[in-house]
Design a protein around this ligand. Structure first.
Ligand SMILES: [Zn+2]
Length: 400
């Protein structure tokens, strides 16, 4: 990266300023506590350029100065951090049975959160309900005092590659829904960016983007709930979600584990979802959608049919974990979603299968980390908020 010089046109100068701003914000985001001198060294910028950009970022509430500390430049400098107090990012997840919302700071700290149970209904009714919740959230005194950078919405299905269109949400019965267009008229005052993504992709993105310190080089998130999806993110420096040409990358719930198996909502037979998903477990055990699955099963733990169903579902989940490991080989796999609450009867056979079989390709598991999230309630909504920040840092909205 170079510093602006007199020979550049005004447009080039603006472009360079944005590029420098993005580079500086990304460095401070990933390595909180850097000094101006550290940044100049790492971003290959002059100290004067860094100094000027940082002054603007301080004034605009993007970063704050902390304690004095040693730096690579010799003289001590002020540690720099993302400003946790000035901006906010809104994130929302449209789940099959629930709406979940967060308002985050720039560091991914959740300032306010809320959730609302709902019975699956039309996109229009869902948009109106979500808008009401978002309006309440944005009006909360802790949020209304902040500058809002925008809203990210995560939905349970693949997104069209070229525009924000939810292609298919089989567990909601929705098809080709321009959900943001339905939401926008309800929230005329909500400023900033408006983004939409698949729920597992948003969760994967947030899990990598808001990480500081020992950041994995790539990460896969498995969302195990009513359905099963996954997201894969590479490049910790500028995280990029793998999408595929039709936005279908990561739809592991519809990879086939039993070619002659049960019919799935998607029309194929023997998809992973027919063996391990909230809907398949409910169907096998006769548990209605109005009941909380984890609570319903807690009272039936000794029922042999429950034990068998969860053991088989766990085996299928273990197969998916191993297939994901061999397909994408991420440095970290994160398992979240409401099925994790079913605990050991489901997870023990899954992890057992994964750990028993992981070393068949010798030595492949040495650097792979599997994390199971006990509580992933707001992981997806927070990930949608992370995507807003990433776009804002890239300069897609007009900030200094
Ligand atoms: Zn399927």
């Amino acid at each position: 990266m170079t510093s602006p010089s007199k020979k550049h046109h005004a447009g080039d100068l603006l472009f360079l300023k944005r590029l420098n701003r993005s580079a500086i914000l990304n460095l401070v985001r990933r390595s909180p506590g850097m000094t101006r001198a550290d940044i100049a060294t790492q971003a290959h910028l002059t100290k004067a350029t860094v100094g000027g950009s940082i002054q603007k970022l301080l004034e605009a509430g993007w970063i704050v100065e902390g304690e004095l500390q040693k730096s690579s430049g010799g003289r001590p400098g002020r540690a720099l951090y993302l400003d946790d107090q000035y901006h906010t990012l809104l994130g929302a997840e449209v789940g099959v049975h629930e709406l979940r919302l967060v308002a985050c700071s720039l560091t991914g700290r959740i300032i306010q959160q809320r959730q609302l149970r709902l019975t699956p209904t039309t996109p229009e009714v869902t948009a109106a309900l979500l808008a009401e919740q978002l309006h309440e959230l944005a009006s909360h005194p802790d949020i209304a005092c902040r500058q809002c950078l925008g809203l990210g919405v995560a939905v349970p299905g693949p997104i069209a590659p070229s525009r924000p269109l939810l292609r298919l949400a089989p567990n909601l019965g929705w098809q080709d829904v321009p959900f943001l267009e339905l939401l926008r008229p309800h929230l005329p005052a909500l400023s900033g960016l408006w983004l939409m993504d698949n729920e597992a992709k948003a969760a994967a993105f947030g899990e990598l983007y808001f990480r500081t310190g020992n950041v994995p080089s790539s990460l896969a998130y498995i969302s195990a709930g009513t359905g099963i999806g996954s997201g894969f993110v590479e490049n910790a420096h500028a995280p990029l979600v793998t999408r595929g040409i039709q936005g279908l990358a990561g739809e592991i719930g519809h990879t086939i584990l039993q070619p002659d198996g049960m019919y799935c909502h998607c029309g194929n037979r023997g998809c992973a979802e027919t063996l391990v998903s909230g809907w398949a477990i409910r169907a096998t055990l006769g548990i209605g959608e109005e009941e909380n699955l984890a609570e319903a099963l807690r009272t039936r733990q000794q029922d042999p049919k429950v034990k068998t169903t969860l053991r088989q579902a766990g085996g299928a989940l273990g197969t998916l974990l191993l297939n994901l490991h061999h397909t994408l080989n991420p440095s970290e796999i994160v398992l979240g979603g409401s099925l994790v609450q079913l605990g050991a009867p489901l997870l023990a056979p899954a992890l057992d299968y994964f750990e028993t079989n992981q070393n068949r390709l010798r030595g492949t598991m040495d650097q792979v980390r599997l994390r199971v999230l006990d509580d992933s309630t707001f992981v997806t909504a927070r990930g949608a908020a992370a995507q807003v920040l990433a776009e804002a840092v890239q300069g897609f909205i007009d900030t200094p």
